[in-house]
Design a protein around this ligand. Structure first.
Ligand code: TZP
Ligand code: MG
Length: 209
């Protein structure tokens, strides 16, 4: 079994909407080669795939790559798709399908829940089967249009201390900010643009590591 630090150290999140001049499988394979430790397929927002068949094909291609590199493959929100293609897990937000329902369907899989404040962390602590909490945005982000106000480092540390599960920090994390994030005691960091917008993906992932 991998430790949570091994699994979540460099947790890459992306969908086709996050990538402009290359394809998602190209970017994902470079990131896998460079050493990301987890991947979440998050097809969401403007310019994301809308046809369920296109989305499923893309998910399967990404899943296949993750298998080759033995990296966990998670899906954001889409419970039906995650079950259908047997993803390694699912990540849900507070407003997605109720976490209790998700846990029944994914009892032997990885389940991540987004948490933003003390109240959400305390509620999540009462649900033993959740695997990890995604907490943020820590900093401002351009990758999520409806992102909440950044919580900052002090709040991140507070919530991480309160959390009874591994925490993965998210939002505006890059090679410049990652060292401050790690000092708060999180298990790992998740990034979109630090990888999808890197000129040299290999170099970006190596520096994050
Ligand atoms: N949830 C909170 S911030 C965010 C999500 C999905 C986007 C993070 O993207 P980036 O580019 O790493 O700031
Ligand atoms: Mg969601």
């Amino acid at each position: 079994m991998k430790t949570s630090q091994e699994m979540f150290a460099i947790y890459f999140i992306a969908g086709t909407q996050d990538i402009k001049d290359r394809t998602l499988p190209e970017v994902l394979e470079q990131a896998l080669k460079a050493g990301i430790t987890c991947f979440q397929y998050r097809e969401k927002g403007e310019e994301s795939l809308t046809d369920p068949n296109d989305k499923k094909l893309m998910a399967k291609r990404c899943q296949q790559l993750c298998k080759e590199y033995r990296v966990p493959f998670l899906i954001n929100d889409d419970v039906t798709l995650a079950l259908e293609i047997e993803a390694d897990g699912i990540h849900v937000g507070q407003t997605d399908q109720a976490i209790q329902d998700v846990l029944v369907l994914f009892s032997d899989k990885i389940v991540g829940l987004s948490c933003y404040d003390e109240k959400e962390v305390q509620a999540a602590n009462k649900v033993p089967a959740i695997t990890y909490y995604g907490i943020g945005p820590v900093y401002g982000t351009l990758s999520k249009k409806d992102a909440k106000q950044p919580i900052g480092l002090v709040k991140l540390q507070k919530l991480t201390e309160l959390a009874e599960k591994p925490v993965v920090a998210i939002g505006g994390i890059n090679t410049g900010t990652i060292e401050y994030i790690i000092e708060t005691g999180v298990a790992g960091v998740s990034v979109i643009s630090a990888i999808t917008q890197a000129k040299d993906i290999h170099e970006a992932v190596k520096r994050l590591r």
